[in-house]
Design a protein around this ligand. Structure first.
Ligand SMILES: [Zn+2]
Length: 370
């Protein structure tokens, strides 16, 4: 191991104790800017904060190259889920955890710390490198809002690495699904439920019938669908005239995704038509799929970094969407790297110190391999 594990651990512990949340990344952005500048980067904060109603924008840092090689992009997200304030990290038997009252925020402080330490070590060892670009996004959790607002045309990178996945270091996520969001408003007819219910059409009952006819859950190996929110009705004595459904479909195959979303729309509309009620159904693209192969540059680089560390590269697919979907769609082929953390988004979140160190070493080895 060539990185400085003690320095990395101290920086990780410092950063998880910086209070921050989604759309409230100001304290983290302020903590990271001087660290990036100390690496010799030029640092810009974009206007994502203003665009999405957050306290900080995405941080974009650039380290000019010292040799002629394709530019690389390293990414992590600054925000974290709740409860993520007042974190008191504990290091015990080689594992970092919280005190049980909060998450640990290894997702994604581990990614940030590994990028900083990996690049710092490359600088200290005077390893020649091409242009290195760093993107620390805001508001990844709950909507990829920061990545969606970033102006990707400023990047020259030919390969992107997102340090933001479960699985041991050596895991390389090369495939992720596309997602569409489906929102439906079903208009029934209101009536007094006790006096003249026959004049009403119950929108909740119509919605329920549509849901029982809709294929949801696991559709096939590549496709899933869910209705996750239902809202309607105002009182027990009123036949409800309005219900709103919010759901999603995901697939790694665009045709299957289109088919599933069309099915969800068709079921709602045909059930509503049978009851003589109106429905507005809106389908929106949330993010696009990506699918890289062993021959793609970021996969090659990540695989050789793994082998340089004596690890067997593990190419995987994920069922989740992340900032990497957005940046891939911008034309920068990107993979997501395993960080070795467990139980993210829970108060049982942990990361072994040796996995954190290996993630930083991975960054160093990618730079060396490029
Ligand atoms: Zn994450």
């Amino acid at each position: 191991m060539q990185i400085n594990t003690q320095r990395l651990l101290e920086e990780f512990l410092e950063l998880v104790q910086v209070d921050c949340g989604t759309k409230d990344e100001r304290p983290m952005a302020d903590a990271l800017r001087p660290k990036l500048e100390a690496l010799g980067c030029t640092v810009v904060e974009d206007d994502a904060g203003a665009k999405i109603g957050g306290t900080a924008g995405n941080l974009i840092a650039v380290l000019e190259g010292s040799k002629d090689a394709p530019a690389l992009l390293f990414c992590a997200h600054m925000d974290r889920v709740s409860p993520g304030r007042g974190i008191k990290p504990i290091v015990e038997d080689g594992v970092i955890k919280s005190d049980g009252s909060t998450i640990l925020a290894a997702d994604d402080v581990a990614g940030i710390a590994a990028i900083l330490e990996g690049i710092r070590t490359a600088q200290e060892q005077q390893i020649p490198h091409g242009r290195v670009e760093i993107l620390f996004t805001v508001a990844e959790e709950g909507g990829l809002f920061g990545a969606k607002s970033v102006d990707a045309s400023q990047f020259e990178a030919k390969a992107g690495f997102f340090l933001d996945s479960g699985g041991p270091v050596g895991t390389i996520v090369v495939q992720a699904p596309a997602q569409k969001n489906v929102t439906a408003t079903i208009h029934g007819r209101a009536a007094h439920a006790g006096v003249e219910p026959e004049k009403g059409i119950n929108a909740i009952v119509v919605a329920a019938e549509a849901l029982t006819k809709m294929k949801l859950g696991r559709i096939d190996a590549e496709t899933t669908a869910n209705i996750g929110l239902i809202q309607g009705g105002t009182a027990t004595n009123i036949v409800p005239d309005r219900v709103e459904l919010n759901g999603e479909a995901r697939s790694r195959d665009q045709a299957k995704l289109d088919k599933q979303a069309a099915h969800m729309v068709e079921v709602i509309q045909s059930v509503c038509a049978a009851h003589g009620v109106e429905a507005e159904v809106v389908v929106k693209d949330s993010y696009q799929a990506f699918c890289l192969s062993e021959d793609d540059y970021p996969v090659k680089l990540a695989a050789s970094a793994a082998r340089a560390m004596g690890l067997e590269p593990r190419l995987q697919s994920t069922g989740g969407g992340s900032d990497a979907n957005i940046i891939n769609a911008c034309g920068i082929p990107s993979v997501i790297l395993g960080m070795g953390y467990h139980n993210v988004h829970t108060t049982q979140e942990i990361i072994p110190v040796d996995q954190l160190a290996a993630a930083a070493e991975f960054v160093l080895q990618i730079i060396k391999a490029s």
